[in-house]
Design a protein around this ligand. Structure first.
Ligand SMILES: [Zn+2]
Ligand SMILES: [Zn+2]
Ligand SMILES: [Zn+2]
Length: 267
């Protein structure tokens, strides 16, 4: 009958038992064993547990600024419209701990699967190395391969060339786009066809969305410029009410001076 599935279930059960014998919680052990590529590998499952247990995180992860994004040119990164969440490894591997290549948008499994993500970087780097001519090399061109990859588990970006978690301003829109794909959110299509969120609309320097009469009050002057956004905020200003986001707006210094003058005339 379904002997293959039964056989696999027996392997899973055996590894789970080995882990619970070592003192691991059964539900967590089962999650670990079913998350890794080879369910018979108790060591790998244990590493997975250490990696996913809060008490074993061993401090905050440090994000370095990746120099390769500038070196490769910002055009090396995929457009955020190319990103998809929840794609399996392109090699058909099981498991959901996949990584998206930020240079070709393909999804591949990580080290708890069959390491296809790291192999993709090695392969693309090798292919590129073959193409680098002596002149290219003299001009400073170095093959990097597809070194930038985004974790679908925690949306962190890893650079294989940096060999670490990285940050860069060019990565922010990609991570945000993936965040919206993963958790949902207000995604609206702008006139230019670029997908932006409501939060992305709250640009520092943009005027408050209100008429001058509302923004400046009844002693105000309609010719005064509107207060501009200095700090965007995701929280509601007055939760439970028909509200707006608690962004912080400041008057332009000239308008502020005018307001002080109006106030001085009142007292
Ligand atoms: Zn890097
Ligand atoms: Zn790639
Ligand atoms: Zn794979």
């Amino acid at each position: 009958m379904n002997s293959l599935a039964e056989e696999e279930k027996a392997i899973v059960d055996r590894t789970v038992r080995a882990l619970t014998n070592l003192g691991f919680d059964e539900a967590k052990a089962r999650k670990a064993v079913t998350s890794i590529g080879d369910p018979s590998d108790a060591n790998l499952a244990m590493n997975w547990l250490f990696d996913h247990g809060e008490e074993d995180k061993g401090g905050a992860v440090k994000f370095e600024l990746c120099p390769h994004i500038d070196a490769l040119g910002h055009g090396c990164l995929v457009q955020h419209s190319q990103l998809q969440f929840g794609q399996p490894c392109v090699h058909g591997c099981k498991g959901d701990e996949n990584w998206i290549c930020l240079q070709c948008s393909e999804s591949r499994c990580g080290r708890y699967g069959n390491c296809h993500a790291v192999k993709h970087w090695q392969k693309t780097k090798e292919d590129e190395e073959k193409q680098v001519t002596v002149a290219d090399a003299a001009g400073g061109r170095i093959a990097r391969g597809h070194c930038l990859t985004l974790s679908l588990s925690d949306l962190s970006v890893w650079c294989y060339e940096c060999d670490g978690y990285v940050q860069h301003q060019c990565l922010v829109p990609l991570v945000k786009a993936m965040e919206r794909l993963k958790f949902g959110g207000d995604v609206v299509e702008s006139e230019t066809g670029v997908t932006v969120s409501e939060e992305a609309d709250a640009l520092v320097g943009s005027p408050i969305p209100a008429t001058p009469a509302v923004a400046h009050g009844r002693f105000g002057n309609a010719s005064w410029s509107l207060p501009a956004l200095v700090r965007a905020c995701k929280e509601e200003a007055r939760p439970g009410y028909k509200s707006m986001k608690a962004h912080e707006y400041l008057d332009d210094p000239d308008v502020l001076q005018e307001k002080v003058r109006v106030l001085a005339d009142l007292v």
